[in-house]
Ligand binder design. Structure first.
Ligand code: SF4
Ligand code: SF4
Length: 306
């Protein structure tokens, strides 16, 4: 959803569809692909008869930068935001953790919807900004590049398609503040696309990798604590100055979290490691295994999460 000048509501998740099964048969997503210069008819504003209709039945997948903007808007920690305003779901058959925006109790309406429209308008999620466009990344076979592809999402309740305003996809993205959102979420999207297209060898992450994915994607406050911990500093050689910049700047911290994830999941070495990092990791793994081994009376000890 978008709104002011003209405020619009939303749902949508062509992106989610793209990272899972592709466009379903009965989808409101129009089959024609759009590029940045493609024009389309659409205008959403406060006086439109369907105002807020799209926020009354939502299915919105959240991305890392959405979480960051929402928690900042509400002045709470990422853990609290996730606990109070999102619901978990699995993004793929391996249980890759995803989050959707929660609905109001006993209703399908967005938890942030108010009589006056979106209660978090200036920090509304990516999918809300894109609506009534859908957006997905497409990787061509045998190339590492991911292309942006856009679609129109036409749902019967949305009257914005009948309005006279014509704009290009590029103009629309600027108007909706999407360039920043896409830039901040791009690495995360690429991580997911790579996982989908890498086949069974990379496709099945360990439980530990899943936990790290969850933290890096949705709990930046815990990630901030994590990189200050002994476990991290024993393995990674992060200069003091860089660490202190990351601790003070959420956006840079999020980019760093994505680099960290790529290193953990795909071995993309962009964060320097100490020379003895391998030995430290092996020792820690042995420790964890030891902690999981059954004790003499058959009970299983707690696993070390670090
Ligand atoms: S956050 Fe909720 S209320 Fe706001 S635009 Fe999105 S769906 Fe609508
Ligand atoms: S249904 Fe469409 S036109 Fe109506 S408020 Fe939502 S996005 Fe705007």
């Amino acid at each position: 959803m978008h709104q002011p000048d003209d405020d619009k509501p939303s749902l949508d998740d062509a992106f989610a569809e793209s990272i899972q099964q592709g466009i379903p048969h009965q989808s409101p997503v129009q089959p024609q692909q759009l590029g940045l210069d493609s024009e389309f008819h659409f205008h959403c504003h406060r006086r439109i008869s369907c105002f807020n209709a799209c926020c009354k039945s939502i299915d919105i997948i959240l991305m890392p930068y959405d979480i960051l903007r929402l928690k900042r808007h509400l002045g709470i920690e990422s853990r609290e935001l996730v606990g109070r305003y999102t619901v978990p779901f699995e993004m793929d058959a391996h249980g890759l953790p995803g989050l959707k925006l929660a609905t109001q109790s006993g209703s399908t309406a967005c938890v942030f919807l108010t009589e006056d429209g979106c209660g978090v308008y200036h920090d509304r999620p990516t999918a809300c900004r894109y609506y009534a466009l859908g957006y997905m990344g497409m990787r061509k076979i045998d190339t590492p590049n991911v292309d942006d592809v856009f679609f129109i999402v036409k749902e019967p309740h949305c009257q914005g398609h009948q309005e006279n305003k014509i704009q290009t996809v590029c103009e629309y993205r600027i108007e909706q503040g999407l360039e920043r959102y896409d830039e901040m979420n791009r690495q995360w999207r690429d991580i997911i696309i790579k996982k989908r297209s890498s086949g069974p060898t990379v496709g099945q992450p360990t439980t530990r990798s899943m936990q790290l994915f969850d933290m890096c994607s949705y709990d930046l406050d815990s990630f901030r604590e994590f990189i200050q911990g002994e476990g991290f500093s024993q393995v990674f050689d992060l200069p003091e100055e860089e660490l202190s910049t990351l601790l003070d700047h959420d956006e840079q911290l999020l980019h760093f979290a994505m680099r960290f994830l790529k290193q953990i999941l795909y071995g993309e070495q962009t964060i320097a490691q100490h020379q003895n990092a391998r030995e430290v990791r092996l020792a820690r793994r042995r420790e964890r295994r030891g902690a999981q081994a059954p004790t003499q009376n058959g009970a299983v000890k707690q696993t070390d999460p670090g």
